[in-house]
Design a protein around this ligand. Structure first.
Ligand SMILES: [Fe+2]
Length: 196
């Protein structure tokens, strides 16, 4: 049987070149971070390459697919359907590429908002997506978070979420409650680490 990675590569080949390039950059950033933190590389590679499979879908298409596949749709996602491109991509990975690894599906599902209790594969892919070289170049503020990510995945995700929420609040936009819960969870987890 063809491997999931092989099938995923086939699906990716049909995506726009710009998106393919982004996926390759995220793959590289994710594998580098995963190596530093001893996170399983095979799961990270699948999630990094698959996280944006539904990124080209329109708002209508995302909502229709979510409904067709009976995915949970939060009211904020109804209003901001682009937030569904992770959940829809996770389902595509499962259906089209035969991915059953819960660590991979979780990482893809939550790569836009993060989620409380997200595992190391999810943390790595979340950060690699936000901190890939092109995005770092566009936003110098992210450079500090990229340095933190080399030391603590949890601290870096908490810092990124704080930065992103600050922008959303300033611009009067909706904040997904799962991001708030994810940050709260991370802060609690970090506080449990005793001082050195
Ligand atoms: Fe992405």
């Amino acid at each position: 049987m063809e491997s999931s990675l092989h099938r995923l590569r086939e699906v990716i080949r049909a995506l726009p070149q710009g998106l393919q390039d982004h996926l390759e950059r995220v793959r590289e950033s994710a594998l580098a971070l995963a190596t530093i933190h001893s996170v399983p590389l095979e799961a990270v590679e699948l999630a990094a390459l698959g996280h944006d499979l539904a990124r080209t879908y329109s708002a209508e298409a995302l909502l229709a697919r979510a409904q067709e596949w009976r995915l949970d749709v939060h009211p904020v996602e109804e209003q901001v359907p682009i937030l569904l491109h992770g959940p829809v991509a996770a389902e595509m990975l499962r259906r089209q590429c035969g991915v059953e690894d819960a660590r991979v599906l979780e990482a893809v599902r939550w790569h836009s908002t993060a989620a409380p209790g997200m595992g190391p594969v999810g943390l790595v892919v979340f950060l690699a997506d936000k901190l890939e070289p092109h995005k770092l170049r566009r936003s110098p503020k992210l450079t500090g978070i990229a340095e933190v990510a080399k030391v603590s995945l949890e601290r870096a995700v908490a810092d990124y979420l704080a930065l992103e929420m600050t922008v959303l609040l300033k611009e009067g936009r909706l904040v997904h409650p799962t991001s708030v819960e994810a940050r709260n969870h991370l802060l609690n987890a970090l506080a449990e680490v005793p001082d050195a």
